[in-house]
Design a binder for this molecule. Structure first.
Ligand SMILES: Nc1ncnc2c1ncn2[C@@H]1O[C@H](COP(=O)(O)OP(=O)(O)OP(=O)(O)O)[C@@H](O)[C@H]1O
Ligand SMILES: [Mg+2]
Length: 402
């Protein structure tokens, strides 16, 4: 049993994990499950994981259900034997009845001790399985080691990619290859390219969400790996491709990156992000509580709140990763104009799919399969970059280009 007990508990924990993961997925994906009529499939998937848990749990229970009666039976069996042999010896006068009773008491005490040990063993094996998992968590080292540089540099908002290549952990092919690019302070640089070409990956290397595989990313002349992560992330504000909101008032959602921001600061950031208007039209304005994961807001509203959050940080570098994809062209243009007026010194990196969104940028970077295809202004690229021309012509047909 001692061999069997512990691995069974580990298995039990594994099954519990699986169930939790499925439940989490099902609850957060409930709409898509309904939309795709996959209820039965998800039910079966849950049922399968649940059966595995029940089976293992039953085995554990059966083993322990047998253990206690087995030890008890052993104990009373021994007592019976002592009483039986004691009876004849006492009758023959070789021991006194008191001796027999003493032997019974001692034996019972001893076997009670054994019983306690068995119970202890149950708890220990359960505890060991849990301890093993806690240890796994505690021993996991962060992939990115923190640097020691506090980020006090003269240059403010300069970015340099020095021969950067990047492969996702465990992936076979590199996503970015030999990127060389310098972005000056205050410049607005747009990043364009087909879906999946590595735009988000490129943007994520600046706040060091991942470490480069080769080469280096420098912010203000210092390798991002040398920065304290806090210091680096104070320099870089990013609005992610998928807006993440929390179940707190709108104002607090915007101030997430800068707790303690004043109401004026929040409103000013919201104005720049073209969010002020719709926020004021909600029942309680900035105090309206956002539903879970932003369910009460439209895609474009979520994006604008997420941009306002990034803008409020007033960081030296502002990255908008496809953060305006759900906005109509006019709102988007107003937003870029407001950013330019309110934050002229901020280095802006704008990842976008639409040429209309990026044509006014100082420079446009065109990525193709993880390589820099071209860098230049809208006019330069239109004259000399095949990939850009193709994108241009494909979008012109849709009347997207103003
Ligand atoms: N966490 C990850 N692990 C492994 N591979 C990834 C990961 N994230 C992205 N990839 C891969 O890296 C490539 C580039 O992804 P990335 O998100 O940078 O593209 P993108 O240009 O931002 O695309 P989109 O325009 O759709 O946002 C894709 O082929 C994708 O499959
Ligand atoms: Mg992306």
């Amino acid at each position: 049993m001692s061999v069997e007990g512990q691995p069974l508990f580990s298995k039990l924990q594994g099954h519990l994990d699986a169930i939790n993961a499925i439940m989490q997925e099902d609850i957060s994906g409930i709409r898509i499950i309904k939309a795709c009529v996959r209820e039965a499939y998800e039910k079966a998937r849950f049922g399968k994981a649940n059966d595995a848990l029940v089976r293992t749990q039953l085995r554990v229970l059966v083993i322990f259900a047998f253990m206690n009666p087995a030890v008890n039976a052993l104990m009373y069996g021994v007592v019976a034997v002592i009483l039986y042999t004691g009876f004849f010896q006492a009758a023959s006068g070789s021991v006194t009845p008191g001796d027999v009773m003493a032997a019974v008491t001692y034996t019972t005490q001893l076997l009670n001790g054994v019983l306690m040990l068995v119970m202890l063993f149950q708890n220990i094996s359960r505890g060991l399985a849990s301890w093993k998992r806690v240890k796994e968590l505690l021993n996991s080292t962060p992939e990115l080691a923190d640097g020691s540089f506090d980020g006090d540099t003269k240059r403010r908002g300069e970015i340099e990619f020095r021969d950067v290549s990047f492969t996702y952990p465990g992936a076979a092919r590199p996503v970015l290859e030999h990127i060389d690019l310098t972005i000056r302070q205050g410049e607005t640089v747009a990043v364009m390219g087909a879906t999946g070409c590595g735009k988000t990956t490129l943007a994520n290397l600046i706040p060091r969400f991942y470490d480069v595989t080769e080469g280096a990313v420098l912010v203000d002349g210092v390798d991002v790996r040398e920065y304290r992560q806090r210091a680096l992330r104070e320099k870089v504000a990013i609005a992610l491709q998928k807006a993440e909101l929390f179940t707190v008032p709108i104002g607090e959602n915007i101030a997430w990156g800068k707790p303690g921001a004043s109401a004026e600061e929040i409103a000013s950031a919201a104005e720049a992000a073209q969010a002020d208007g719709f926020i004021r039209s909600t029942p309680e304005g900035y105090d309206t509580v956002v539903a879970e994961r932003g369910m009460s807001l439209s895609g474009g509203q979520k994006q604008r709140l997420s941009i306002a959050r990034a803008v409020l940080k007033r960081a030296e570098i502002l990255i908008l990763d496809d953060a305006t994809s759900a906005l109509d062209l006019k709102t988007e243009a107003d937003l870029y104009r407001a950013l330019e007026e309110k934050h002229p010194g901020t280095t802006k990196i704008i990842v976008a799919q639409r040429i209309a969104s990026v044509r006014r940028a100082d420079r446009i970077v065109v990525l193709e399969n993880g390589r820099l295809a071209a860098v230049g202004t809208h006019e330069e690229l239109l004259a000399g970059c095949k990939v850009y021309q193709d994108i241009y012509h494909s979008q012109m047909g849709e009347g997207e280009i103003a």
